[in-house]
Write a protein that binds this ligand. Structure first.
Ligand code: FES
Length: 143
């Protein structure tokens, strides 16, 4: 399934606005410097690892209770920007319903990081895709 399509029904997908929680002005630098939620969840409910076109690899693992992501961790083998993007994606996803977390996109990640260097625009896309694939894996495994 393409990461642009939602695994949720049209009814459930339309219920959520997917707005991230506000992040304080002090937080972005933490995501650049990390680590923040860095690691891998043991026996995760959802797990995805993607290698981007640049060769950087990103892994996101999820713990889900009910329909909510209660824990989200990441590992990155790549640049500082992709690490910051994975960290921000994990922070935005934690505590969200699956449908809300699915709606987190590269624009939201970039805005929360106060901008992304022009030549690293694919980094938040990789974070979005890895998060979505982890959610998708969780949903498929439940079926
Ligand atoms: Fe490749 Fe950032 S440089 S994901």
């Amino acid at each position: 399934m393409s990461s642009d399509r939602t695994p949720f029904s049209p009814q459930s997908a339309s219920v959520k606005e997917g707005k991230p929680e506000p992040v304080s002005s002090k937080q972005p630098i933490q995501y650049w410097l990390g680590p923040f939620s860095e690691g891998v969840i043991e026996k995760p409910d959802g797990l995805a690892k993607i290698t981007g076109p640049c060769g950087d690899s990103m892994e996101i693992s999820l713990r889900v209770e009910g329909n909510k992501i209660i824990e989200c961790q990441f590992r990155v083998d790549g640049c500082a920007v992709s690490r910051a993007c994975a960290s921000m994606a994990a922070a935005l996803a934690k505590g969200k319903e699956l449908e809300e977390a699915w709606d987190i996109d590269e624009g939201q990640i970039a805005v929360k990081l106060k901008g992304i260097p022009e030549d690293h625009r694919h980094c938040p896309v990789l974070a979005r895709d890895t998060l979505r694939q982890a959610i998708e894996k969780y949903i498929k495994d439940r079926q």
